[in-house]
Design a protein around this ligand. Structure first.
Ligand SMILES: [Fe+2]
Length: 430
């Protein structure tokens, strides 16, 4: 099954562009569920992962609470109980169902969640029929809602992978025959960058999250960045060299995690008589040596870099090397990282910046100088998570095309592995 990404071109004049993107994004979320049963959409694989049904309802709740309730006079709330069920973490919007228990919500039914979506879509259409809704504050909130739903489209896929990986049947989300790439990845090489004062953060044109602001100057020392991502073949060499058994390679918290969790390979890898297999959205398949390694924690990425005599890049080194403004790569429709075929693109940029795996950086997820969260409940979106997490840059094979950009800051806790998380090596200049 191929998932056709939404057509991001507007279907008419500029005033229709927002509505077009809104409803194509809304439709794409539904399209992602075409191969899922109601049971698939209800169960929760882990405390971190949410059921598909919850994602579908939560993004809809977001529009209902942030757009329709304040801005569409006479809007009828679909179901008063849904605020409790589908509020994720907004303290300002009231109490909510416990996150690890989202998979216990057999009610509302999946069917009723789709009715909720239709109800909210119809109200959004009514709102967008008004001129004032297509600009200013309402348009800004709808834009946030679109980008929020795109983030959940990625989570929906990674959470389905977590669910299917825990099934003894190892079902494939995408029933496609994968051409397992036997060719070698592009030869590893370093790209060298001069140090200096760099402008980092978003320059204000086009959409960005509040955590990409304000744009400011940062001092970057001369550095080297790998021309491509770390591959499964290189990870196998790390494993073969006792990487998971050598405490000197690991941060203390990382070594504790290795021992506590019994890590011996990336998440979703399992050993068979014929070699290593990895559960993927295409089912349980042999690990492909040339593909980028995925589903590794910050701790593992850091240990690998130390083993390789290198380090992880800082987020500003990554950004300095990625002059591409946005992740505009066409997607194949198959949610799977791909091997690097050429070491760098024609503009001399590193390969695989976007569209394969998010790349761990050495940078703690902290506010930029002068950062102010937005006023009101929406201010809870990013700012309150700025502790104990690391920044990841780029985008993954599950990120909707066009969603990310060079200044985008994703973030996860250092032990987390269930997203498409990989790494690119960096080093100090010689
Ligand atoms: Fe959310």
């Amino acid at each position: 099954m191929l998932i056709v990404p939404p057509d991001r071109e507007p279907d008419g004049g500029a005033e229709n562009a927002l509505a077009h993107r809104l409803f194509s994004t809304r439709a794409h979320s539904v399209a992602l569920t075409a191969a899922l049963t109601p049971e698939d959409m209800t169960v929760q694989a882990s405390d971190d992962a949410s059921p598909t049904k919850w994602h579908l309802a939560h993004v809809t709740w977001f529009f209902e609470n942030f757009v329709l309730k304040p801005h569409l006079a006479g809007y009828r709330i679909f179901d008063d109980a849904f605020n409790y069920c589908f509020n994720s973490y907004y303290e300002a919007l009231g109490p909510r169902h416990s996150r690890p228990k989202r998979g216990l919500l057999t009610r509302p039914s999946t069917e009723r969640v789709f009715e909720y979506r239709a109800h909210v879509d119809e109200a959004l259409r009514r709102l967008l029929a008004r001129d004032e809704a297509r600009k200013g504050e309402i348009a800004r909130l709808i834009e946030i809602g679109i980008n929020h739903e795109e983030q959940h489209q990625e989570l929906l896929l990674t959470d389905i992978l977590a669910l299917f990986a825990s099934s003894p049947l190892k079902p494939a989300y995408q029933s496609v025959s994968i051409d397992l790439d036997e060719s070698e990845a592009a030869t590893f090489g370093w790209l060298e960058y001069a140090g200096g004062i760099r402008r980092v953060g978003h320059d204000g044109s086009g959409y960005c999250w509040d955590n990409e602001l304000p744009s400011h100057e940062a001092l970057v020392q001369p550095f080297k960045l790998a021309n491509r991502l770390v591959t499964n073949e290189e990870w196998l060499a790390f494993m073969g060299d006792g990487g998971y058994e050598t405490p000197s390679l690991w941060l203390s918290d990382g070594w504790a995690a290795v021992n506590r969790e019994g890590w011996q390979s990336p998440l979703y890898w399992e050993k068979s008589d014929g070699g290593w297999l990895q559960m993927s959205l295409q089912g349980l398949l042999p690990v492909v040596p040339s593909e980028p390694v995925s589903h590794v924690s910050y701790y593992e990425a850091d240990a690998f870099a130390r083993w390789a005599g290198a380090r992880l890049p800082t987020e500003f080194e990554w950004e300095a090397a990625a002059t591409t403004v946005s992740d505009s790569l066409a997607r194949s429709g198959i949610f799977r990282p791909r091997a690097a075929q050429s070491p760098a693109d024609p503009k001399g940029q590193p390969a695989q910046l976007f569209g394969d795996v998010w790349q761990w950086t050495a940078s703690a997820y902290l506010p930029y100088p002068g950062y102010r969260p937005p006023v009101g409940a929406i201010g809870e979106y990013n700012g309150k998570f700025m502790v104990g997490q690391h920044v990841l840059r780029g985008s993954s094979c599950a990120t909707p095309a066009g969603h990310s950009r060079a200044t985008y800051r994703n973030f996860f806790y250092p032990h987390q592995r269930w997203q498409f998380l990989g790494l690119r090596l960096a080093a100090d200049a010689d």
